[in-house]
Design a protein around this ligand. Structure first.
Ligand SMILES: O=C1NC[C@H](CO)[C@@H](O)[C@@H]1O
Ligand SMILES: [Ca+2]
Length: 439
């Protein structure tokens, strides 16, 4: 029903998506296999986590997307590189949050799709190397960095995203291995944050992992607040955890009561003072547009639709959304866009929640405009200025491009038999952790 639906035949668009993705994959294999990033203009290689220590990030992020596209030869290329080369015994500090959502999540999704236990073993290996960030912390809030070889932790000056975005990846590891430690440390960190909400029920976004004290007063649904809220809901959606749903509902009711603002018939979420509710600034990060989908998934469909409507007005205006939008003037304080996927993320979530074709049409525009502005000699490039004619490109392609928007488009337009659309669960990095249908 997904591709036939009640709208147009989307199969030709699905084939376009698959053709572009496999072209980009072949460029990566030819020029940058094993690098974290390909440099899409020059065809060069680029490290993401630690200079000099690429861990094949783009290959890890691409596996489940390739698998959903039934590109099994390319899946084999990625899995062969990973199982033949990936070694996390690296004497350098890795960012715990990014390593989790990209490497733990990417390897877990690759295992979920292929059933290759070597990939689960790698996911467990790197998760075990991240664990000291939690177990060394006096508050249960993880440090931001851990040395993957020595376990040395650093940087307690953290935020609710980097302490609270683990339960999806750590939770499936607990489910698949029987070891509850992963789920327990991930959930405990979220409890600590929830229990520190202000009397208005709002959360500032910066916190100290050693003292447990807030480091700022401002609340945001954008970074670095966004995926904390997302993973509270996911703790319920993936594992049926009623307590996390309660925490989610308490905080979401407060956000809708104190952080939502109507403007021009659309809904927006300015940053506000978490103690007074006073509006602090109306700059909307494009990353915050994921929140339209989260509201849609979690029973707040009308608010989710209203927020997506606002972002769609911005997409109509700019073609490719700017990194920061001022919704009152519809101006772009930051006109760059690093191939951000969130508008497509929430289009998929709202289409799944409503079946409304409008969300597939919006995602189609997002795809077309992304190809028109970012495609270059050896892949797809981030943009430094979406308002330039033509948009100005940067010689880099982020790892999440291989996992996120191309997978969202494929799921929206293909009706692939490799996904059980009723069971589908995608992490904040779009890693498929439930709903792979292995024939
Ligand atoms: O949650 C995330 N935040 C930032 C990236 C996409 O913009 C990506 O890593 C992920 O979607
Ligand atoms: Ca995300």
């Amino acid at each position: 029903a997904a591709a036939e639906g009640d709208g147009r035949n989307w199969k030709p668009v699905a084939e376009d998506v698959r053709r572009e993705f496999l072209w980009a994959w072949r460029q990566y294999v030819e020029h940058a296999l094993g690098a974290d990033h390909i440099k899409p203009i020059s065809g060069g290689r680029e490290d993401f986590f630690v200079p000099g220590h690429s861990v094949g990030l783009s290959a890890v992020e691409a596996v489940d997307t390739l698998w959903l596209m039934e590109a099994d030869e390319e899946v084999g290329q990625a899995v062969d590189w990973i199982t033949g080369n990936l070694d996390f015994d690296i004497d350098a500090p890795f960012q715990v949050f990014e390593t989790n959502i990209r490497m733990v999540g990417g390897l877990a999704a690759a295992y979920h799709c292929t059933g290759d236990r070597r990939l689960l073993e790698l996911a467990v290996d790197v998760a075990d190397r991240l664990m000291p960030a939690f177990t060394e912390s006096p508050t249960g809030l993880p440090y931001r960095y851990v040395n993957l070889a020595t376990g040395a932790v650093s940087r307690p000056d953290t935020n609710i995203v980097e302490v609270g975005t683990y339960v999806a990846e750590f939770g499936v590891l607990s489910e698949w291995t029987g070891d509850r430690r992963y789920f327990d440390v991930a959930k405990e960190a979220m409890r600590v944050v929830h229990d520190k909400r202000t009397p208005l029920g709002l959360l500032p976004h910066d916190i100290d992992a050693e003292t447990g004290r807030w480091r700022n007063r401002i609340a945001t649904v954008g970074p670095p607040g966004d995926s904390y809220y997302e993973y509270l809901w996911d703790g319920y959606a993936l594992f049926g955890d009623e307590e996390m749903r309660q925490w989610y509902d308490t905080l979401t009711d407060a956000i809708l009561a104190h952080q939502a603002e109507e403007h021009d018939g659309h809904l927006w979420f300015p940053q506000v003072d978490a103690h007074t509710g006073a509006v602090a600034d109306r700059g909307q990060s494009v990353l915050a547009s994921f929140y339209a989908g989260l509201l849609g998934e979690s029973g707040r469909v009308e608010q989710g639709r209203a927020y997506h409507d606002g972002w769609n007005a911005a997409q109509d205006r700019f073609g490719v959304l700017p990194s920061t939008l001022d919704y009152r003037t519809m101006s772009a304080p930051d006109p760059s866009n690093a191939l951000r996927p969130e508008f497509a993320d929430s289009a998929l979530a709202l289409w799944l929640a409503t079946g409304d074709e409008i969300f597939r049409e919006r995602a189609h525009t997002h795809f077309r405009n992304m190809v028109a502005s970012s495609k270059t000699r050896h892949g797809f490039a981030s943009l430094t200025d979406v308002t330039a004619k033509p948009p100005a490109q940067e010689d880099t392609c982020p790892g999440y491009w291989w996992s996120e928007q191309m997978k969202y488009y494929w799921l929206l337009f293909s009706g692939t038999p490799r996904a059980d659309y009723r069971e589908l669960y995608l992490s904040t990095e779009a890693n498929l952790l439930r709903g792979a249908r292995r024939s």
